[in-house]
Design a protein around this ligand. Structure first.
Ligand code: HEM
Length: 360
């Protein structure tokens, strides 16, 4: 491209600038219409690693769940008389049906684990402190919704494990009194509760997570990524455009999806026969195990109380730890509390794994 430049003394020279390549022209054209260059805002150097990409990996998992969920949803029947058989048919008769189901199953657990790890990273670096308290609350709500999505998902296959999960649903409903009617078959005679749980699993919960995710991401952009507590002079860091951060997170995401695909092939989720009413014999998915002792000691309804206490405390975190100290060395008590909670959860789960091999 030729360009005429006028110098300080009035003389003019013609310079040649290289033509932008087709990719650059494409990006320019899209940017002109959609403003995508707004994504090139600076992200600090310290955020370009795995620890600070755990939120993005949680987002990647959510995306995989949406895609696989849409696919398996084409073949699933949420009617109690048909649900179990429709999953069986999905696995045996549908092209990539077993793989899509396996990937959905493993990714759901990965999303929950990644969200918890991301939360621990945020806690460790004090990233939830002023002005990010609101985003901690948005994140906690997404974690709760993710938990509920996994729970409703286990009911859908309508085998013994799914049926027993539903029984817990009914017990928690009783605990909620009048408000709990939504969780029972008592809301309406016409629509089976399995169908309504399916609506929650496939539409309501992912829809809410999506809306909250947009808010979460907008708040991250507004407050900027939190400073690293071990870096005293953030201005010395060399920021990179967010698009580079996205590329790195995308590479981590590919490794994640590869690993989960392997799991889907090597360890496909089991599917039991149609459920038998009135018995409680199965051991639920591992991340419900920490409920076991409470159930044994205080009855099934305690599951609802334990959930309320755990998530209630999670919501209170930014208000309980208000000091501006961010480095973990200056927050030994809070680090100790979290460590004790994590060790207790691990000990309970290992105990259930060893002593309740089949159920309770
Ligand atoms: C469940 C799905 C979640 C998704 C998809 C998600 C996604 C993200 C992403 C992409 C970021 C940007 C930086 C980073 O990765 O560290 C972020 C930051 C943040 N998240 Fe989450 N998150 C989720 C859950 C949570 C939870 C459970 C909490 C806390 C209870 C939380 C609290 C925060 C906070 C406070 C920030 C700002 C951190 C900073 O500036 O360093 N998020 N989240």
């Amino acid at each position: 491209m030729n360009e005429t430049v006028t110098g300080a003394t009035g003389e003019t020279t013609r310079t040649t600038r290289p033509q932008p390549g087709p990719w650059r022209r494409f990006v320019d054209a899209v940017d002109e219409r959609m403003g995508i260059r707004a994504l090139e805002y600076p992200v600090p150097e310290h955020a370009n690693n795995l620890g600070w990409s755990l939120g993005a990996l949680t987002g990647v998992s959510f995306l995989v769940l949406l895609v696989t969920g849409i696919y398996i949803g084409q073949f699933y029947s949420p009617m109690p008389e048909d649900a179990n058989q429709s999953v069986r048919d999905l696995v045996t008769n549908v092209w990539l049906g077993g793989f899509a189901r396996g990937l959905h199953f493993w990714t759901a657990q990965a999303m929950f684990v990644l969200a918890v790890l991301h939360m621990l990273r945020v806690f460790l670096h004090g990233s939830f402190k002023k002005p990010r308290e609101g985003n901690w609350i948005v994140g906690s709500t997404m974690l709760l919704l993710t938990f509920l999505a996994v729970f409703t998902g286990t009911v859908l296959k309508w085998d013994q494990e799914g049926f027993e999960a539903l029984l817990h649903n009914l017990d928690v409903a009783e605990l909620l009194g009048g408000l709990g009617v939504w969780f029972t078959g008592g809301l309406t005679d016409r629509v089976p509760i399995l169908f309504r749980l399916y609506t929650a699993h496939a539409v309501i919960l992912p829809g809410l997570i999506l809306v909250l995710f947009v808010l979460h991401a907008l708040l991250v952009k507004r407050h900027k990524i939190s400073p690293h507590p071990s870096i005293p002079h953030p201005e010395a860091e060399e920021p990179e455009p967010f698009t580079n951060h996205l590329k790195r997170a995308g590479a981590f995401g590919l490794v994640l999806v590869g690993g989960l695909s392997l799991l889907a092939v090597l360890l496909p989720p089991v599917l039991g026969p149609q459920p038998v009413e009135g018995i409680e014999v199965t051991r639920p998915l591992w991340f419900f195990w920490w409920f076991f002792p409470f159930e044994e000691w205080f009855g099934v309804a305690s599951v609802g109380i334990v959930m309320a206490v755990v998530f209630g405390l999670l919501y209170l975190v930014p208000f309980l730890y208000r000091s501006p100290r961010r480095h973990w060395r200056d927050r030994k008590i809070s680090m100790g509390v979290v460590l004790v909670i994590l060790l207790a959860l691990a000990a309970i789960s290992i105990n259930v794994w060893i002593n309740n091999p089949r159920g309770h």
